[in-house]
Design a protein around this ligand. Structure first.
Ligand SMILES: Cc1cc2nc3c(=O)[nH]c(=O)nc-3n(C[C@H](O)[C@H](O)[C@H](O)COP(=O)(O)O)c2cc1C
Length: 329
């Protein structure tokens, strides 16, 4: 069965890519991912804040203890204090250890000099880049369009710095996602990754504290991605990757039918182990054979907004139908 797909200038044997996660910190796990046939690995992110932290630390070393540095050390969790140099070493170490394509990840919401690291990441051995725009607006003074302009100029600024292919990982929270997606492509994005998960803080009312808890995803999170894959893939030729809620071969099939070229997985591998990648691949392959497909490509986008038999399912009409369908009481 031909499962090949093109993504970020890479010819991948199948669509399953390991999404950004700390799995890359353990070489044994990385080798197991390679043995299980991972098509590529996205390395956990280098955060804009880490680079700034490094710069402040360097300035403090030259100028003596500065207030700015003392403050900056308080908002980064300990593992993230290790900054850009460690990240470059991580990429270089992975490159020496495995042959599969590596996608380095930059994570931030402002342009500027920190993006210069992109070149170093490629020199260290990355094959392509993912830029994660994990943006959470909190300031009423910055409008939606100002935020979008800032993020778009970040993408074009990064593309102006490197010849590498860049995928942009984004959230669904834009007024017109198709318009913003188009803007990202015009700014130079070579692929889009749908979507970031929002890790919401809970409140501990007794101790007046906030509680951080990382819950892994479930397949229920896929539906949001399916909708937007279907809408965007009908209008853009740019490759789309899905991230969030793929736990089975059938989940992957739905994502590809909605228009994904690449399927990123993290939670399912953290739950079931690196070897589960091979199971996902064989589930996908078995299903395609059973239903008479000649290749994965043949299936891609077959259920997107322009090709599915009932496009209204992805539009406002669906909302009305769904409300009307309730038969509970
Ligand atoms: C422990 C953990 C660490 C993660 N670290 C990163 C990261 O550094 N950068 C990033 O872009 N996404 C990161 N993610 C998000 C994943 O790449 C992925 O988008 C998300 O988990 C949804 O996919 P899933 O449903 O397959 O888990 C992380 C996820 C987990 C669970």
């Amino acid at each position: 069965m031909n499962l090949t797909c093109s993504y970020l200038g890479l010819e991948l044997p199948h669509p399953f890519v390991v999404g950004a996660s700390p799995m890359v910190d353990d070489l044994d796990v990385v080798r197991r991912l390679e043995d299980a046939g991972a098509a590529a690995i996205v390395v956990r992110s280098l955060f804009e804040e880490q680079v700034h932290h490094d710069e402040l630390a360097a300035a403090a070393a030259i100028d003596g203890p500065a207030h700015a540095f003392a403050e900056a050390t308080t908002y980064l969790p300990e593992p993230m204090v290790r900054g850009a140099d460690d990240y470059l070493e991580l990429i270089a170490g992975l490159r020496r250890s495995v042959d599969i394509p590596l996608i380095a990840s930059l994570n931030g919401v402002h342009g500027g000099r920190w993006l210069d690291y992109a070149d170093d990441l490629m020199t260290a051995g990355a094959d392509a880049l993912e830029l994660n725009l994990y943006h959470l607006p909190t300031d009423w003074r910055e409008s939606g369009s100002a935020i979008e302009d800032r993020l778009l100029s970040m993408v074009s600024g990064l593309k102006a710095r490197v010849s590498a292919k860049v995928a942009v990982k984004l959230s669904p929270a834009y007024t017109s996602l198709p318009h913003f997606a188009r803007g990202l492509v015009d700014a130079g994005a070579d692929a889009l990754v749908l979507f970031n998960r929002f890790y919401q803080a809970d409140i501990d009312p007794e101790n007046l504290d906030v509680v951080r808890r990382l819950e892994l995803s479930t397949s229920s999170e896929l539906l949001l991605r399916l909708r937007w894959l279907a809408v965007i893939s009908a209008q853009l030729k740019t490759p789309l990757a899905v991230t969030g809620g793929v736990h089975t071969g059938i989940d992957a099939i739905k994502a590809v039918m909605a228009g994904a070229s690449v399927v990123q997985v993290v939670s399912v591998l953290l739950k079931r182990g690196p070897e589960f990648l091979a199971t996902l691949r064989s589930e996908l392959e078995g299903w395609l054979e059973e239903y008479g497909y000649a290749s994965l490509e043949e299936m891609r986008g077959s259920m997107n907004l322009s090709r599915c038999p009932d496009p209204s399912a992805f539009e406002r009409a669906n909302y009305m139908e769904i409300l009307r369908s309730w038969r509970g009481l």
